[in-house]
Design a protein around this ligand. Structure first.
Ligand code: MEZ
Length: 634
């Protein structure tokens, strides 16, 4: 793997050097593999060498050998590029780094092209499930590169002198408490955080006629939504009717309240349930078809809607949102953290200060601000401050989930609720931060402990399944499934690709591979298969559809990890943020994981994507209404 990556890096450097020397349109990377398609030469590309200023700056900071680990260093060495190639003719680079990325693609091809020239049998970070990603998300311009994927994965891709781990991106809001700028932009709606909720709120507000800016602190948009694996809960949908599933909104309401231990705000839960079928219809209308309906933990009926064939729901949806944003010309700004909220003397929110990666501090004055900045599962110290016993636990979240938005909201006197309610998900693959979707259990996998014995209803709520795993030897368990179950969910192939799954021709062989007593494993599987026949499971599992019987048999080791923070800013049915006096804060809206009160003490799997669509749309609509003159409903 290392050899391939080094080869690829060198091939890329030579290709770039070659294209500059010729002074022609840039050529594709050609290392004998399929040739990348390269767009036309960019306007600002010009012959020349890197200025002394650039090379001096880099040489001061980095030793000779380290320069190859960041873009300017690499191109200094080859004397192949001018500053303008990346920074634009006027010497300015926007915070999204559009110009630099056009330059990368111009010589090396797109991410997809790069994927094709990398050995397909190896783990290939250029073939990402996250869709279109800027080259500069991983390859640093003037700082060492960092493998973004390695926050969740453990790819051995040495593009960085810093090792394989990407940098965390936490914003210290306290540091910016007096930040201001004379550079001011005006908009109708400012949306902070470009995950699922942020994209939906922004697309909705723009569709309602508002001028919208969507800012994102990370170099990649999509937030945690793009990592969502399993599905979206919705009741009474046309897909359920077509599949004769007798679900209804009352049942979704009841399951959600019960799953959240009855501390959720019932008004919010009612909206989630009542509007869920309309949310599915809206997704249909934008070309997102969630036609496969599976069983989720804590649900009475199958209501876990996912793309056909078992593709992960999050990247499927977010890639559609990103395409719409692009088609509609939505103003999306990456590397652009909001660092301070602007609040007037009456307590109304009037905009935010942004600290753009290249533009520095500037203010966006907005008639409405929508906070969609996500939760804080990736912020270990914040998690520990609310739940000391979760210290040191892994997380399934993307590195931007640090909860900075909660600090911003506090500046506007927002009330926070349920902050100590932090969810651990039962199945994070041991040795990685990769979520093994609940859908694997939903389509039929069982769980055994290190004695090869089943120990709990696999489809109970996450809090209970997690607690049961933590009581087992080694605090981990094995998911066991067969070939039929494997073939029913495409994502399971991905676990093999990531070396997280083991397979064997027989249960005896599998038991040996995972070091559990074979007799116990065979007995557990036989008892489970009998439960499928009798529809009576000693563990109390209700959905008993597929036996575990067709070789090859598969095992994945799982452990609980921090997955979702139920607490956040208090909000109402119109997505208005509520202050400490219980009143809506003027011009301030929120949706998604940054909010609290909807999921109570435990979120049901599938209710997060559901929330992003339903409340993202409400927030976008209400923010646009507020900005364009009408008052949002109280
Ligand atoms: O909603 C979730 O968190 C979810 C469905 C996760 C998963 O297991 O796939």
């Amino acid at each position: 793997m290392k050899r391939i990556v080094l080869f690829l890096l060198l091939a890329s450097v030579f290709a770039f050097a070659a294209c500059k020397k010729q002074g022609d349109a840039p050529k594709a990377v050609d290392n004998g593999s399929p040739v990348a398609v390269v767009p036309a030469k960019i306007d600002t590309m010009q012959a020349g060498t890197i200025s002394g200023v650039l090379s001096d700056a880099n040489q001061k900071t980095y030793a000779e050998g380290e320069k190859a680990s960041f873009l300017a260093g690499t191109h200094v060495k080859g004397k192949t590029a001018a500053c303008a190639d990346c920074h634009g003719a006027a010497g300015t680079l926007n915070d999204t780094e559009t110009q630099a990325n056009i330059a990368c693609v111009s010589c090396h091809g797109t991410l997809e092209d790069m994927g094709k020239v990398t050995n397909k049998t190896e783990i290939n970070p250029h073939q990402s499930h996250l869709g279109k990603i800027n080259c500069t998300a991983c390859h640093g311009g003037h700082e060492p590169s960092a493998v973004y994927c390695n926050y969740c994965h453990s790819f051995d891709v040495k593009i960085s002198s810093q090792g394989n781990k990407p940098l965390l991106r936490q914003v210290d809001i306290e540091k910016y408490k007096d930040a201001s700028s004379k550079t001011v932009e005006n908009t109708d709606v400012l949306v902070i955080g470009a995950g699922g909720s942020g994209h939906i709120a922004a697309i909705t507000a723009k569709g309602a006629g508002a001028k919208v800016i969507l800012v994102e602190k990370m170099p990649i948009s999509g937030g945690n939504s793009q990592l969502a694996a399993g599905g979206m809960n919705a009741a009474g949908t046309h897909y359920q009717t077509e599949q004769k599933i007798p679900d209804n909104t009352t049942s979704m309401f009841d399951d959600t309240m019960k799953g959240g231990k009855n501390i959720s705000n019932p008004k919010l839960v009612k909206i989630l349930a009542d509007k869920s079928a309309a949310s599915i219809d809206w997704l249909d209308s934008i070309g997102a078809k969630l036609s496969a309906v599976n069983m989720g933990g804590g649900a009475t009926y199958k209501r876990f809607h996912a793309p056909d064939g078992g593709t992960a729901v999050g990247s499927y949806l977010v890639n559609i949102y990103k395409s719409i944003a692009e088609q509609e010309g939505l103003d999306v700004r990456l590397n652009s953290p909001a660092v301070r909220l602007l609040v007037d003397k009456d307590g109304a929110v009037t905009g935010a200060v942004i600290d753009g990666k290249h533009s520095g501090l500037y203010e966006i004055h907005a008639k409405s601000v929508v906070l969609t900045s996500g939760g804080f599962s990736a912020n270990a110290s914040r998690v520990e401050s609310y739940k000391p016993n979760y210290k040191g636990m892994t997380t399934s979240n993307q590195p931007g989930a640090t909860g900075d938005g909660l600090d911003l909201a506090k500046e506007a006197n927002a009330a926070l609720v349920d902050m100590e309610q932090i969810q651990i998900h039962p199945s994070i693959a041991v040795g990685s931060n990769t979520l093994i979707t609940e859908a694997v259990r939903g389509v039929g996998a069982i769980m055994v402990n290190h004695d090869g014995k089943r120990f709990y209803d696999e489809l109970s709520t996450r809090d209970k399944v997690s607690a049961a795993i933590l009581e087992q030897k080694g605090k981990t368990a094995w998911l066991i499934l067969d070939d039929k179950i494997r073939k029913s969910l495409k994502q399971i192939e991905g676990y093999f690709h990531l070396n997280l799954a083991k397979e064997a021709k027989s249960l005896d062989e599998l038991a040996k591979k995972i070091n559990v007593p074979a007799e116990n494993l065979k007995k557990s599987v036989a008892e489970y298969n009998k439960a499928v026949d009798t529809q009576k499971d000693p563990m109390g599992r209700k959905t008993l559809e597929k036996k575990v019987e067709v070789p090859n048999f598969v095992a994945v080791e799982i452990a609980p990890g921090i997955h979702y923070t139920m607490g956040g800013v208090t909000f109402n049915e119109s997505a208005q943020v509520i202050n400490k006096d219980g009143k809506p804060i003027a011009n301030f809206f929120a949706a998604g994981e940054v909010t609290g009160g909807l999921h109570g003490a435990n979120r049901l799997g599938g209710n997060s994507i559901s929330e992003t669509v339903t409340f993202g749309r409400i927030a976008g609509d209400q923010a646009a209404l507020n900005a364009l003159g009408a008052k949002p409903a109280k």
